[in-house]
Write a protein that binds this ligand. Structure first.
Ligand SMILES: [Zn+2]
Length: 248
């Protein structure tokens, strides 16, 4: 279970932690290959070439000023993730744009910030070769080396990120199956007092807790008092107990 914050004006669960838990179902070591690709693309000192997995790229084929072979795809310099996806899709390596598997906003859940899970489907494995061009003797691109090679297997890459407007990638997982995402729920809350046995529920990020027993009254987290160690003072009349929370 992800860490909860129970404080004045704040009843939330860490989106980053819910992502860590959810991503356990995927192969994150292989998933990191997609992150490596994005990292290569973002570098200003590398050219990135894409080709079939079994294609061996000769150093002379990417000589400065030369013509790139027809079966090798040169990525735009410092391509954004969406540019890269468009190029890889048109070359037949990807099935298309990433699909949003799940998106949760902070305002209608108990997350501390929004989160999203997107899936990119690689239908044909490919190889990534990066080339570093060095400047020598005042001549740009005087020398060059094949700096890195990366094999990206076919399958689905699930990209998990947090944020409300600007998203930050937190983890990338890999799976061979088009699996259904399972993980901790973030839109329902339960409050419980072990002293009086009261149990209350709220949902969709609301702070209005409704009782499970008819004899108990509703209350709002806005009016909660004495926040301590993930609990509040029990709002039930004449109860000196503590109420703890569970988000699910
Ligand atoms: Zn109580």
């Amino acid at each position: 279970m992800a860490t909860m914050t129970v404080a004045r004006h704040n009843l939330s669960v860490s989106a980053a932690e819910t992502i860590r838990v959810t991503m356990r179902q995927f192969d994150t070591r292989r998933g990191a290959l997609w992150g490596d690709l994005l990292h290569f693309l973002a570098r200003h000192d590398r050219a990135v070439f894409i080709m079939d997995s079994d294609r061996v790229l000769g150093r002379d084929e990417v000589a400065p000023g030369g013509v790139v072979p027809a079966d090798v795809l040169e990525m735009p310099w410092r391509a954004s993730s969406s540019d890269a996806v468009a190029c890889l899709t048109s070359a037949g390596y990807l099935a298309g744009r990433p699909t949003v598997v799940r998106h949760d906003a902070a305002h209608d859940t108990y997350l501390d910030t929004g989160r999203a899970f997107e899936a990119v489907s690689v239908r044909k494995p490919f190889k990534v070769v990066t080339v570093a061009y060095r400047h020598g003797d005042g001549q740009p691109g005087h020398d060059w080396t094949l700096a890195g090679v990366l094999g990206v297997p076919a399958g689905t890459y699930v990209i998990a990120s947090t944020g409300d407007v600007r998203m930050t990638i937190r983890a990338i997982g890999y799976t061979q199956q088009a699996s259904v995402l399972s993980g901790p729920g973030v839109s329902r809350a339960q409050a419980e007092c072990r002293t009086c046995g009261g149990r209350w529920r709220a949902k969709d990020g609301s702070w209005r807790f409704r009782p499970e027993r008819l004899s108990d009254a509703s209350w709002s987290y806005d009016a909660a008092e004495d926040h301590r160690d993930g609990t509040i003072a029990c709002p039930a009349h004449a109860c000196a107990g503590r109420v703890g929370f569970r988000i699910f």
